[in-house]
Each structure stands twice: as structure tokens, then as C-alpha cells.
Write a protein that binds this ligand. Structure first.
Ligand code: PLP
Length: 441
């Protein structure tokens, strides 16, 4: 639990978040339940904005990467904090716009945006579209020509820095489906192609080197390579990028294997990036570009917890103990997808010593439906409330109705108040789009 978090243990020995007792929240709203700490989210948004102001004279924008957690309320919070957002689909764009988010502060990503998504983005007045293929440049040129719009775009570049949690590797032959490689020359080729278009206005470049990164040098190296690329393009074409979008990827705490970063640590990531960009601009004789950042996980990840009710407990002697909860891969598929690790606690008995290791299993018909493996737990009984921490990012946004389970409700907590931001689904929602063809009736 870090300095930004409102997570604590209250006088009853219960987990508390945003001034609310987690056991009471579970009683009031039912489980599974996503709980989001509003103060945490605002603090993180603010940390990045302040750091940009301090280290780069505010010549930039923080874009919340809304793929991490998208719903109307989060766009309202982002708007009130004065930041922008990045969206990656028509659905995220629609959600942002329907929450009244200003279109000019939206950046649209995606390695294969559909023609409909591109058209929707252009006609909605989305500020910037990040181009990631020749096909997309052609489609945009046509759509913008028909609509009489000149659309600002960036090009997604692969700088050849592959970041891992605590390290980075430089790759000369990147095999990512995202972006165009500097190393093999395709980045320069697409730049010339986009510059030849009449209806799209190239403003600069974008890169994103990965996620859950703690190594400052990874970001610095990416900035260094991008600035060299900007200089090379200026030399070969005369075009000087005004905008450099450096992506997201700042890591968060899930378990004791991860560092616990302070707000100053996050601010320092930005400082290192800004210092590098300023130094390179001087060295290469470039103007300082307007910079954009796209943190997602680090804004909402640790702000979220998921509450479950313990169900069946199954001990397989000499092998393991399964504690099944009333959720699973349908609300959190991250263990099934990439063996992600989590901290799990008994929300109603926070001071009890851990006496066993249990594997938290979901209720789906799938052996891989696991939330966390071999986590230390006190003695827990069926009916107890189990909390999984750091579930704010890429949980709800990756949820599904697998086995026709409900995607859980989400609430926002702040100063002892809890408000629904996403309603619980109903059986009616589950069958809403089902159609029985006439001949089967
Ligand atoms: C283009 C882009 N920007 C930003 C992000 C956000 O990354 P994170 O949530 O790790 O900050 C992602 C994540 O995949 C991304 O692909």
C-alpha cells in the first residue's frame, strides 16, 4: 500500500478503500465488485501533468490510455483533470464522446482501424489519428478528401527498443505488429508516403515500447532513438516533427516482486524523458517537440481492487488448496492470458496471520480459470470476502460474458462515499442481442 493509495486496515481489521469498509461494500453492492479509488486516479493524473509543467514548461499533454479502463465516469474524471485521452476503437471513442469528452483532446490508435472507425473519428473531429499502415493512410486520405477535412496524424514508429519489466533489449529486426521500424527503413518510407498525401497533415511520430516497465533507461533510450529519427527525417525530407508521442508503459505494484513507486518516482520517469528530449534537441539542432504521454495502467491499476465472496474450498491433499470465488477469468482474464500475479487478502480479517497457501480459482468451466496461484492466506471460510489488489487496469476492460456470467458492477469510492459507475448486468442483458430465427420459433 503506497502513499497515493487510500487502502488501509480499519479498526475492525477490515480492508478499507476510499474511506469505505470493503466488507460493507460487498454487502451493499454484492460481489464480484470492481472498486475504484477516485483520489488515487486523480493524484496520478495530476502527478504526470505537474511533472510535464515542471520539466518541460508544460509543452505537452498527458493522455490517459483508456484501454486500461474505459467507462463514461473515467472520461469525466480525465476531463475535469484537464488531460487528454487515447482511444483504440470506435467503442472507446463513442464512450468518451458520450461522456462529453472534447474530441480535439482525443488521440486515436489501433493497428487496424476499420473504415467505419476512421470515418467516425474524422467526422467527430478527433484531434489526432495515429497512422499504423499504408492502407490506413490511403483510407484517411479518401475519407478526409470526401469530407473536406485536413486530419492531423502521427505515424506509429517502432524505435527498436523492446522493454521488459526491469530491462530492455534493442532489436534491429522487430517483429511487432505495431508501427514501422526505424532500423529497416520502413519508418522513413511510410513518412514520405504520408507526406505525399494532400488531406492528412503529418504532425509527428509516436512510439510505445511496452508495458509494466520500471527501467528508466528504456524510456530514455526510446526518446533518444526517436529524436535521432526526427533529425534524420528532417535531413532527408525537410519535414521537422512538431509532436513526439512517447506512449505509456510505466509499471505498477502487483506483488512483492515489483517495486513500490512513489509519485516522485513517476515524476522522475518524465523528468528523465524530458531531459533527454531537451538535450537531443540541442545536440541535433531541432526545436523541442510538443510531447504526449499515454499512461494507462499506472493511472488506474493500483486504484482498483476486486471483491469476491469465497465459495467452495477444495483441498487436494499434498498438492494444493483451491479457494473458488464467485468471479474468475470473465472479470479478470490476466492470469489466463499471461500468468499475471496479484496480491490477495481476506478483506474481513486483515490482521490474521497467513497460515496456508491457496490458489484462487474462478467459477468458469476452464481449468485455466485462475486468479492467483499459491497466495498466502489466513484461515478463510466460504462466505468470507476476498480482495484482489491492483485490478484497476486491464480487468474490466478485458472482461467478457464467458459462460454467460455477468460482467460485474463497478463503483467509485471517495471520502467514505460509494457510487456506481458501471451497473451490474442482468439476465436480460445476457440475452439482449440474441435473436431466434423465425424457423426455429
Ligand atoms: C499505444 C499505447 N499507448 C499507451 C498504452 C498504455 O500502456 P500502459 O497501460 O502500460 O501505460 C498502450 C498499452 O498497450 C499502448 O499500446
Amino acid at each position: 500500500m503506497n502513499q497515493r493509495s487510500t487502502l488501509k486496515v480499519n479498526s475492525l481489521g477490515h480492508l478499507e478503500i476510499g474511506g469505505c469498509d470493503a466488507v460493507e461494500l460487498a454487502k451493499q453492492f454484492g460481489t464480484p465488485l470492481y472498486v475504484f479509488d477516485e483520489a488515487y486516479i486523480r493524484k496520478m493524473m495530476n502527478t504526470y501533468t505537474k511533472s510535464l509543467a515542471e520539466n518541460y514548461d508544460g509543452k505537452g499533454i498527458v493522455l490517459y490510455a483508456s484501454k486500461a479502463f474505459s467507462c463514461k465516469a473515467i472520461y469525466k474524471i480525465a476531463k475535469s483533470e484537464g488531460i487528454g485521452v487515447d482511444v483504440v476503437s470506435g467503442g472507446e471513442l463513442y464512450t468518451a464522446l458520450s461522456a462529453g469528452f472534447p474530441a480535439d483532446k482525443i488521440y486515436m490508435h489501433g493497428n487496424n482501424k476499420t473504415p467505419e472507425e476512421l470515418e467516425y473519428a474524422v467526422q467527430s473531429g478527433v484531434g489526432t489519428i495515429v497512422v499504423d499502415s499504408y492502407l490506413e493512410a490511403d483510407r484517411l486520405e479518401k475519407i478526409c478528401g470526401e469530407k473536406g477535412v485536413k486530419q492531423s496524424v502521427l505515424i506509429r514508429i517502432n524505435p527498436g527498443v523492446e522493454a521488459h519489466t526491469h530491462a530492455y533489449v534493442q532489436t534491429a529486426t522487430p517483429d511487432s505488429k505495431f508501427g514501422f521500424s526505424i532500423a529497416n527503413g520502413t519508418a522513413e518510407d511510410i513518412t514520405k508516403y504520408v507526406l505525399s498525401k494532400e488531406n492528412i497533415a503529418l504532425k509527428g511520430f509516436h512510439c510505445h515500447i511496452g508495458s509494466q516497465i520500471f527501467e528508466k533507461q528504456s524510456f530514455v533510450l526510446a526518446a533518444d532513438k526517436m529524436m535521432n529519427f526526427i533529425a534524420a527525417i528532417k535531413n532527408s525530407t525537410g519535414f521537422e516533427a512538431e509532436v513526439l508521442n512517447i506512449g505509456g508503459g510505466f509499471g505498477i505494484y502487483y506483488t512483492d516482486e515489483d517495486p513500490k513507486l512513489t509519485s516522485k518516482d513517476y515524476s522522475d520517469y518524465l523528468k528523465a524523458l524530458c531531459d533527454e528530449i531537451k538535450a537531443k534537441a540541442g545536440e541535433l539542432g531541432l526545436s523541442r517537440p510538443f510531447i504526449a504521454l499515454e499512461p494507462g495502467r499506472s493511472i488506474v491499476g493500483e486504484a482498483g481492487i476486486t471483491l469476491y465472496t469465497a465459495g467452495a474450498i477444495k483441498e487436494i491433499p499434498g498438492i494444493k488448496t483451491y479457494l473458488a470465488v464467485d468471479g474468475g477469468m470473465f472479470d479478470n482474464p490476466r492470469y489466463a492470458l499471461y500468468q499475471s500475479r496479484y496480491t490477495v487478502v481476506a478483506a474481513g480479517d486483515m490482521n490474521a496471520p497467513c497460515t496456508q497457501k491457496v490458489t484462487i480459482a474462478g467459477k468458469c468451466c476452464e481449468s485455466g480459470d485462475i486468479i492467483a496461484v499459491d497466495v498466502p492466506m489466513p484461515d478463510v471460510k466460504s462466505g468470507d470476502i476476498i480482495a484482489v489488489l491492483s485490478t484497476g487496469a486491464y480487468n474490466y476492460s478485458m472482461a467478457s460474458n464467458y459462460n454467460r456470467n455477468f460482467i460485474p458492477q463497478a463503483i467509485l469510492v471517495n471520502d467514505g462515499k460509494a457510487e456506481t459507475i458501471i451497473k451490474k448486468q442482468t439476465y436480460e442483458d445476457i440475452v439482449r442481442n440474441d435473436v431466434i430465427p423465425e424457423r426455429l420459433k
